[in-house]
Design a protein around this ligand. Structure first.
Ligand code: NCD
Ligand code: ZN
Length: 358
Protein backbone atom coordinates (compact mmCIF):
# COMPACT_ATOMS: atom_id res chain seq x y z
CA UNK A 1 0.00 0.00 0.00
CA UNK A 2 2.79 2.37 0.91
CA UNK A 3 3.64 3.18 -2.68
CA UNK A 4 2.71 6.10 -4.88
CA UNK A 5 5.49 8.27 -3.51
CA UNK A 6 6.00 11.29 -5.64
CA UNK A 7 9.44 12.47 -4.59
CA UNK A 8 9.24 15.27 -7.13
CA UNK A 9 6.72 17.06 -4.95
CA UNK A 10 8.78 19.17 -2.59
CA UNK A 11 6.22 21.49 -1.19
CA UNK A 12 2.53 21.59 -0.42
CA UNK A 13 0.51 24.60 0.67
CA UNK A 14 -2.85 23.95 2.26
CA UNK A 15 -5.57 26.00 3.88
CA UNK A 16 -4.81 26.27 7.60
CA UNK A 17 -6.08 23.16 9.39
CA UNK A 18 -8.02 22.78 12.65
CA UNK A 19 -7.68 20.08 15.26
CA UNK A 20 -11.09 18.61 15.99
CA UNK A 21 -9.95 16.68 19.09
CA UNK A 22 -7.18 17.72 21.45
CA UNK A 23 -6.26 17.55 25.15
CA UNK A 24 -4.63 20.79 26.28
CA UNK A 25 -4.68 19.98 30.03
CA UNK A 26 -4.28 22.81 32.56
CA UNK A 27 -1.59 24.42 34.77
CA UNK A 28 2.03 23.97 33.76
CA UNK A 29 1.21 21.25 31.25
CA UNK A 30 -1.20 23.59 29.43
CA UNK A 31 1.53 26.21 29.28
CA UNK A 32 3.97 23.69 27.90
CA UNK A 33 1.73 22.30 25.16
CA UNK A 34 -0.74 24.89 23.91
CA UNK A 35 1.71 26.65 21.60
CA UNK A 36 2.45 23.34 19.90
CA UNK A 37 -1.16 23.03 18.83
CA UNK A 38 -1.54 26.73 18.00
CA UNK A 39 1.62 26.47 15.86
CA UNK A 40 -0.36 25.08 12.91
CA UNK A 41 -4.00 24.79 13.89
CA UNK A 42 -6.34 27.75 13.86
CA UNK A 43 -9.15 26.19 15.90
CA UNK A 44 -9.21 23.17 18.16
CA UNK A 45 -11.96 21.27 19.92
CA UNK A 46 -10.65 21.07 23.47
CA UNK A 47 -11.51 17.99 25.47
CA UNK A 48 -13.08 18.55 28.91
CA UNK A 49 -11.48 15.67 30.85
CA UNK A 50 -9.68 17.80 33.42
CA UNK A 51 -9.73 16.94 37.10
CA UNK A 52 -12.42 18.02 37.98
CA UNK A 53 -14.02 17.83 34.53
CA UNK A 54 -15.64 20.74 32.71
CA UNK A 55 -19.32 20.28 33.52
CA UNK A 56 -20.55 23.86 33.80
CA UNK A 57 -20.70 26.99 31.69
CA UNK A 58 -18.57 28.83 34.26
CA UNK A 59 -15.80 26.24 34.27
CA UNK A 60 -15.75 26.14 30.45
CA UNK A 61 -15.39 29.95 30.33
CA UNK A 62 -12.63 29.88 32.94
CA UNK A 63 -10.82 27.10 31.09
CA UNK A 64 -11.08 28.98 27.79
CA UNK A 65 -9.57 32.04 29.48
CA UNK A 66 -6.70 29.98 30.86
CA UNK A 67 -6.00 28.59 27.41
CA UNK A 68 -6.00 32.04 25.81
CA UNK A 69 -3.75 33.38 28.57
CA UNK A 70 -1.24 30.57 28.01
CA UNK A 71 -0.84 31.34 24.29
CA UNK A 72 2.22 33.10 22.96
CA UNK A 73 1.57 36.83 22.38
CA UNK A 74 -0.19 37.67 19.13
CA UNK A 75 -1.10 34.05 18.42
CA UNK A 76 -4.45 33.69 16.69
CA UNK A 77 -5.96 30.49 18.01
CA UNK A 78 -9.55 29.69 18.85
CA UNK A 79 -10.29 27.02 21.44
CA UNK A 80 -13.72 25.46 20.95
CA UNK A 81 -14.98 24.29 24.31
CA UNK A 82 -16.72 21.05 25.16
CA UNK A 83 -18.79 20.00 28.13
CA UNK A 84 -18.26 16.64 29.86
CA UNK A 85 -21.46 14.63 30.10
CA UNK A 86 -22.29 12.98 33.42
CA UNK A 87 -25.27 11.05 34.72
CA UNK A 88 -26.45 14.09 36.61
CA UNK A 89 -25.81 17.13 34.44
CA UNK A 90 -28.99 19.03 33.62
CA UNK A 91 -30.25 19.54 30.05
CA UNK A 92 -30.70 23.22 30.98
CA UNK A 93 -26.95 23.56 31.45
CA UNK A 94 -26.35 22.26 27.93
CA UNK A 95 -28.99 24.53 26.49
CA UNK A 96 -27.69 27.58 28.36
CA UNK A 97 -24.02 26.91 27.47
CA UNK A 98 -24.93 26.39 23.84
CA UNK A 99 -27.10 29.53 23.65
CA UNK A 100 -24.25 31.59 25.13
CA UNK A 101 -21.84 30.28 22.49
CA UNK A 102 -19.66 28.61 25.15
CA UNK A 103 -20.31 24.92 24.50
CA UNK A 104 -19.30 23.92 21.00
CA UNK A 105 -20.08 20.25 21.62
CA UNK A 106 -20.62 17.73 24.41
CA UNK A 107 -18.30 14.80 25.09
CA UNK A 108 -19.50 11.37 26.09
CA UNK A 109 -16.99 9.35 28.08
CA UNK A 110 -18.39 6.03 29.18
CA UNK A 111 -17.44 5.94 32.89
CA UNK A 112 -13.93 4.51 33.39
CA UNK A 113 -13.21 4.21 29.68
CA UNK A 114 -10.09 6.42 29.66
CA UNK A 115 -8.06 9.17 31.40
CA UNK A 116 -10.20 11.11 33.92
CA UNK A 117 -13.44 9.43 32.95
CA UNK A 118 -14.50 8.31 36.45
CA UNK A 119 -17.26 10.93 36.37
CA UNK A 120 -18.44 9.82 32.92
CA UNK A 121 -21.74 8.27 31.96
CA UNK A 122 -22.46 4.96 33.69
CA UNK A 123 -25.39 3.99 31.47
CA UNK A 124 -26.43 5.57 28.20
CA UNK A 125 -30.07 5.48 29.34
CA UNK A 126 -29.21 8.03 32.03
CA UNK A 127 -28.48 10.73 29.46
CA UNK A 128 -31.49 10.24 27.19
CA UNK A 129 -32.95 13.68 28.16
CA UNK A 130 -29.56 15.26 27.37
CA UNK A 131 -29.48 13.60 23.96
CA UNK A 132 -33.05 14.79 23.26
CA UNK A 133 -32.00 18.34 24.10
CA UNK A 134 -28.82 18.18 22.04
CA UNK A 135 -30.72 16.84 19.06
CA UNK A 136 -33.25 19.67 19.36
CA UNK A 137 -30.78 22.54 19.82
CA UNK A 138 -28.08 21.22 17.44
CA UNK A 139 -25.30 20.58 19.96
CA UNK A 140 -23.00 17.89 18.52
CA UNK A 141 -22.20 14.74 20.50
CA UNK A 142 -18.56 13.64 20.53
CA UNK A 143 -18.08 10.05 21.57
CA UNK A 144 -15.32 8.03 23.14
CA UNK A 145 -16.66 4.83 21.59
CA UNK A 146 -15.68 1.96 23.83
CA UNK A 147 -17.65 -0.27 26.14
CA UNK A 148 -16.05 -0.75 29.54
CA UNK A 149 -17.33 -4.17 30.55
CA UNK A 150 -14.29 -6.01 31.93
CA UNK A 151 -15.53 -9.19 30.26
CA UNK A 152 -15.16 -7.57 26.83
CA UNK A 153 -11.65 -7.86 25.44
CA UNK A 154 -9.96 -4.46 25.20
CA UNK A 155 -9.34 -4.94 21.47
CA UNK A 156 -13.07 -5.53 20.84
CA UNK A 157 -14.43 -2.62 22.85
CA UNK A 158 -14.89 -0.19 19.98
CA UNK A 159 -16.61 -2.67 17.66
CA UNK A 160 -18.95 -3.78 20.44
CA UNK A 161 -19.73 -0.17 21.35
CA UNK A 162 -20.80 0.47 17.77
CA UNK A 163 -23.17 -2.51 17.75
CA UNK A 164 -24.65 -2.21 21.20
CA UNK A 165 -24.61 1.53 21.98
CA UNK A 166 -24.00 3.66 18.90
CA UNK A 167 -26.39 2.01 16.42
CA UNK A 168 -29.40 2.17 18.77
CA UNK A 169 -28.45 5.72 19.82
CA UNK A 170 -28.39 6.93 16.21
CA UNK A 171 -31.74 5.37 15.47
CA UNK A 172 -33.28 6.94 18.57
CA UNK A 173 -31.78 10.34 17.62
CA UNK A 174 -31.62 10.55 13.83
CA UNK A 175 -31.10 14.33 13.78
CA UNK A 176 -28.28 14.35 16.36
CA UNK A 177 -24.88 15.21 14.91
CA UNK A 178 -22.34 12.71 16.17
CA UNK A 179 -18.58 12.32 15.88
CA UNK A 180 -17.08 8.97 16.73
CA UNK A 181 -13.71 10.13 17.99
CA UNK A 182 -10.30 8.59 17.30
CA UNK A 183 -11.55 5.51 15.48
CA UNK A 184 -9.25 2.50 15.51
CA UNK A 185 -11.04 -0.32 13.67
CA UNK A 186 -12.13 -1.46 10.26
CA UNK A 187 -15.60 -1.93 11.77
CA UNK A 188 -15.73 1.77 12.70
CA UNK A 189 -14.56 2.81 9.23
CA UNK A 190 -17.25 0.70 7.56
CA UNK A 191 -19.96 1.85 9.92
CA UNK A 192 -19.18 5.55 9.53
CA UNK A 193 -18.82 5.49 5.76
CA UNK A 194 -22.16 3.76 5.32
CA UNK A 195 -24.08 5.93 7.82
CA UNK A 196 -25.93 9.18 7.25
CA UNK A 197 -24.08 12.48 6.99
CA UNK A 198 -24.96 13.18 10.63
CA UNK A 199 -22.17 10.80 11.66
CA UNK A 200 -18.47 11.48 11.13
CA UNK A 201 -15.21 10.22 12.64
CA UNK A 202 -11.85 11.69 13.57
CA UNK A 203 -8.63 9.78 12.92
CA UNK A 204 -5.39 10.36 14.86
CA UNK A 205 -1.91 10.37 13.32
CA UNK A 206 -0.69 7.63 15.64
CA UNK A 207 -3.39 5.15 14.66
CA UNK A 208 -2.29 5.66 11.05
CA UNK A 209 1.33 4.85 11.92
CA UNK A 210 1.29 2.11 14.54
CA UNK A 211 -0.45 -1.16 15.12
CA UNK A 212 -0.68 -2.89 18.48
CA UNK A 213 2.79 -4.43 18.14
CA UNK A 214 4.26 -0.99 18.91
CA UNK A 215 3.23 -1.37 22.55
CA UNK A 216 5.25 -4.56 22.88
CA UNK A 217 8.27 -4.01 20.61
CA UNK A 218 11.24 -5.35 22.59
CA UNK A 219 9.52 -4.69 25.91
CA UNK A 220 6.50 -2.93 27.35
CA UNK A 221 6.30 0.52 25.77
CA UNK A 222 3.85 2.85 27.42
CA UNK A 223 4.72 5.60 24.92
CA UNK A 224 2.48 3.83 22.42
CA UNK A 225 -0.32 3.15 24.86
CA UNK A 226 -3.38 5.25 24.21
CA UNK A 227 -7.09 4.68 24.26
CA UNK A 228 -8.67 3.27 22.26
CA UNK A 229 -5.58 1.08 21.96
CA UNK A 230 -4.00 0.55 18.56
CA UNK A 231 -5.33 -2.60 16.93
CA UNK A 232 -4.14 -5.22 14.40
CA UNK A 233 -2.42 -4.27 11.17
CA UNK A 234 -5.57 -4.78 9.08
CA UNK A 235 -7.24 -2.03 11.09
CA UNK A 236 -4.35 0.36 10.57
CA UNK A 237 -4.57 -0.27 6.84
CA UNK A 238 -8.33 0.38 6.88
CA UNK A 239 -7.76 3.65 8.76
CA UNK A 240 -5.10 4.81 6.29
CA UNK A 241 -7.48 4.04 3.44
CA UNK A 242 -10.29 5.94 5.16
CA UNK A 243 -8.20 9.02 6.00
CA UNK A 244 -6.86 9.29 2.46
CA UNK A 245 -10.13 8.31 0.76
CA UNK A 246 -11.43 11.81 0.18
CA UNK A 247 -14.64 10.90 2.02
CA UNK A 248 -15.93 13.89 3.99
CA UNK A 249 -17.03 11.73 6.94
CA UNK A 250 -13.37 11.28 7.97
CA UNK A 251 -11.40 14.25 9.22
CA UNK A 252 -8.48 15.32 11.38
CA UNK A 253 -8.50 15.01 15.17
CA UNK A 254 -5.07 14.47 16.68
CA UNK A 255 -6.13 13.30 20.15
CA UNK A 256 -2.82 14.76 21.30
CA UNK A 257 -2.87 13.67 24.95
CA UNK A 258 0.23 14.73 26.89
CA UNK A 259 1.23 12.95 30.08
CA UNK A 260 4.39 13.68 32.03
CA UNK A 261 7.14 11.09 31.81
CA UNK A 262 6.57 10.07 35.42
CA UNK A 263 2.94 9.24 34.64
CA UNK A 264 3.85 7.21 31.58
CA UNK A 265 6.81 5.42 33.19
CA UNK A 266 4.87 3.79 35.95
CA UNK A 267 3.53 0.36 36.78
CA UNK A 268 0.14 1.81 35.84
CA UNK A 269 1.09 4.13 32.98
CA UNK A 270 -1.41 6.67 31.66
CA UNK A 271 -3.06 6.30 28.27
CA UNK A 272 -2.30 9.02 25.76
CA UNK A 273 0.15 10.02 23.03
CA UNK A 274 1.46 13.57 22.74
CA UNK A 275 1.63 14.34 19.04
CA UNK A 276 0.96 18.10 18.88
CA UNK A 277 4.58 19.09 18.04
CA UNK A 278 4.54 17.10 14.78
CA UNK A 279 0.89 16.20 14.17
CA UNK A 280 0.51 17.78 10.75
CA UNK A 281 3.88 16.48 9.58
CA UNK A 282 2.93 13.01 10.81
CA UNK A 283 -0.30 13.05 8.80
CA UNK A 284 1.61 14.41 5.77
CA UNK A 285 3.97 11.44 5.96
CA UNK A 286 1.01 9.05 5.75
CA UNK A 287 -0.71 10.90 2.90
CA UNK A 288 2.60 11.01 1.04
CA UNK A 289 3.22 7.28 1.53
CA UNK A 290 -0.30 6.58 0.28
CA UNK A 291 0.20 8.79 -2.78
CA UNK A 292 -2.60 11.05 -1.57
CA UNK A 293 -0.94 14.37 -0.71
CA UNK A 294 -3.57 16.05 -2.87
CA UNK A 295 -6.21 14.90 -0.36
CA UNK A 296 -4.46 16.15 2.76
CA UNK A 297 -6.03 19.61 2.60
CA UNK A 298 -9.61 18.32 2.49
CA UNK A 299 -8.99 15.92 5.40
CA UNK A 300 -7.14 18.50 7.50
CA UNK A 301 -8.90 21.74 6.64
CA UNK A 302 -12.22 21.25 4.85
CA UNK A 303 -14.26 18.26 6.01
CA UNK A 304 -14.23 19.28 9.68
CA UNK A 305 -15.61 22.80 9.10
CA UNK A 306 -18.13 21.35 6.63
CA UNK A 307 -19.41 18.85 9.21
CA UNK A 308 -19.64 21.48 11.94
CA UNK A 309 -21.11 24.16 9.66
CA UNK A 310 -18.18 26.55 10.22
CA UNK A 311 -16.35 28.69 7.66
CA UNK A 312 -13.07 27.35 6.33
CA UNK A 313 -9.91 29.08 7.52
CA UNK A 314 -8.47 31.67 5.19
CA UNK A 315 -4.77 31.48 6.10
CA UNK A 316 -2.51 28.80 4.73
CA UNK A 317 0.25 26.52 5.96
CA UNK A 318 3.13 25.20 3.85
CA UNK A 319 4.84 21.85 4.29
CA UNK A 320 8.19 21.25 2.68
CA UNK A 321 9.98 17.99 2.02
CA UNK A 322 12.78 18.84 4.41
CA UNK A 323 13.59 16.09 6.90
CA UNK A 324 13.32 16.90 10.59
CA UNK A 325 14.48 14.92 13.57
CA UNK A 326 11.74 14.92 16.19
CA UNK A 327 13.08 15.95 19.61
CA UNK A 328 13.46 13.04 22.04
CA UNK A 329 11.62 15.04 24.66
CA UNK A 330 10.25 18.42 25.67
CA UNK A 331 10.38 19.83 29.17
CA UNK A 332 7.68 21.07 31.49
CA UNK A 333 8.41 23.39 34.37
CA UNK A 334 6.26 22.68 37.41
CA UNK A 335 5.09 25.39 39.82
CA UNK A 336 7.85 24.38 42.24
CA UNK A 337 10.38 24.91 39.39
CA UNK A 338 11.10 21.19 39.06
CA UNK A 339 11.50 20.04 35.47
CA UNK A 340 9.77 17.01 33.96
CA UNK A 341 10.07 15.41 30.57
CA UNK A 342 7.30 15.03 28.05
CA UNK A 343 7.90 12.66 25.12
CA UNK A 344 6.34 13.36 21.76
CA UNK A 345 5.10 10.81 19.25
CA UNK A 346 7.90 9.94 16.78
CA UNK A 347 10.50 10.94 19.43
CA UNK A 348 13.98 10.68 17.92
CA UNK A 349 12.63 9.64 14.49
CA UNK A 350 13.20 11.51 11.26
CA UNK A 351 10.07 12.74 9.47
CA UNK A 352 10.32 13.71 5.82
CA UNK A 353 8.09 16.77 6.02
CA UNK A 354 8.46 20.01 7.95
CA UNK A 355 6.13 22.94 8.40
CA UNK A 356 7.67 26.01 6.81
CA UNK A 357 8.03 28.72 9.42
CA UNK A 358 7.71 32.08 7.66
C1 NCD B 1 -6.77 10.73 26.55
C2 NCD B 1 -6.22 11.54 27.73
O1 NCD B 1 -5.13 11.22 28.20
O2 NCD B 1 -6.88 12.48 28.15
N1 NCD B 1 -6.00 9.53 26.41
C3 NCD B 1 -5.90 8.77 25.30
O3 NCD B 1 -5.29 7.71 25.39
N2 NCD B 1 -6.41 9.13 24.14
C4 NCD B 1 -8.22 10.46 26.74
C5 NCD B 1 -8.91 9.90 25.52
O4 NCD B 1 -9.10 10.60 24.53
O5 NCD B 1 -9.25 8.71 25.55
ZN1 ZN C 1 -8.97 12.21 23.40
Amino acid sequence: MESGLNPSQQKITIRQPDDWHVHLRDGSLLEAVVAQTARVFHRAVVMPNLQPPITSVESAIAYRENILAALPKGCLFTPLMTVYLTDVISPNVLEYGHSKGVFFAAKLYPANSTTNSFDGVTDIRHIEPLLDTMERIGLPLLIHGEVTDSKVDIFDREAIFIETILKPLLSRHPALRVVLEHITTEEAVQFVETSTSNLAATITPHHLHINRNAMFAGGLRSDFYCLPVAKRERHRIALRKAATSGKPCFFIGTDSAPHLRSSKESSCGCAGIFNAPIALESYAEVFDQEGALDRLEAFASEYGPAFYGLPRNTNSVTLVRVPQVVPSYFTVKNVDNSIEKLLPFHAGETLSWSVLVE
